[in-house]
Design a binder for this molecule. Structure first.
Ligand code: G1P
Length: 304
């Protein structure tokens, strides 16, 4: 097959965003508002992921949502009423800002029904990704990177033609929160590893390495029949890591260390750090916010 044709086939056009989780760690904030809609400064968490995907060349976004997640779908719909209102009030600055937001060509929603785990969330997107490789973005992991994290994975996929997962070196006391890979470096590819095995949330004693999977994947459609065949295990959920471990018997899978800054906004401390990080990056806020942080020092605010 001519190299040009291969390149076309390897282009990734669709990204799946699993977003059906209940967000219990952020109750009561998430009683009515989906956790994906909590803002980091003034932008919902999931929008960071969608903008990253669009900047990486993704055209179609598939949101895998559940009950009470309507706000996510609404957020990505074009709001003609809001635009009309802003125009009528002469707020052309805000209007221009809204209109300049990076948008995918299409946003489709599919309901997960029962929350049966990440593997299950990916499986319910099956019909919408057709017969092409696709990206998966776990929006809890907000990654500030240039090129965008999804783009870094796509580049590896375009070169090697097999599934790729994003990894980060994790301290031993945090490794039990992640899927962990055992892998060996690929010659002449900096930060790229060939995976030999992977395990979901091992104890630090059982972890095969310090390379933890972070929430970005390039997957191929042969993952679907495998996920379909997995009976529920690991806490009654279908784990994507287990599906990928099985796929390893049939084809290589690669890990790519992401060059960038990642925040786990699924934890409270990670959410706070991300808020501070993005506020400090904002030209309109950084000076005042930095000054405020300085006044806080190590003192505990008392409110008086
Ligand atoms: C999921 C995956 C896990 C991965 C993690 C990255 O876990 O199952 O393999 O390391 O995302 O954030 P979760 O955080 O949904 O429990």
């Amino acid at each position: 097959m001519p190299a040009e044709r291969l390149h076309v086939l390897r282009t990734i056009r669709t990204a799946v965003f699993p977003a059906a989780g209940l967000g219990t760690r952020f109750l009561p904030a998430t009683k009515v508002i989906p956790k994906e809609m909590l803002p980091l400064v003034d932008k919902p968490i999931i929008q960071y992921g969608v903008e990253e995907a669009v900047a990486a060349g993704i055209e179609h976004v598939v949101l895998v949502t559940g009950q009470g997640k309507r706000a996510i779908e609404d957020h990505f719909a074009v709001d003609t009423n809001l635009q009309r209102l802003l125009k009528a009030r002469g707020r052309t600055d805000l209007l221009a800002e809204i209109q300049s937001l990076p948008r995918p060509t299409s946003v489709t929603t599919v309901q997960q029904g029962e929350p049966l785990g990440l593997g299950h969330a990916v499986l319910v997107a099956r019909k919408l990704v057709s017969d092409e490789a696709f990206a998966v973005v776990l929006s809890d992991d907000v990654i500030d990177a240039n090129p965008p994290a999804v783009r870094q994975l796509i580049s590896v996929y375009e070169k090697l033609g097999d599934p790729v997962v994003a990894v980060e070196r994790m301290p031993a006391d945090q490794i039990n929160n992640y899927g962990v890979v055992s892998a060996e470096p690929v010659a002449d590819e900096d930060g790229v590893y060939r995976i030999r095995g992977m395990v979901e949330k091992p104890s630090k004693e059982d972890a095969p390495s310090d390379l933890a999977i972070i929430g970005r994947y390039i997957l191929t459609p042969d993952i679907f029949p495998i996920l379909d065949s997995i009976t529920c295990n690991a806490g009654d959920e279908i784990q994507l890591t287990d599906g990928l471990q099985r796929l390893l018997a049939h084809r290589p899978i690669y890990a790519c260390e992401i060059d960038g800054v990642r925040h786990d906004t699924g934890s409270k401390i990670g959410f706070l750090r991300a808020t501070a990080y993005f506020a400090l990056k904002r030209p309109d806020l950084s000076e005042a916010f930095r000054e405020y942080l300085r006044t806080l020092g190590t003192a505990t605010p008392t409110g008086d």
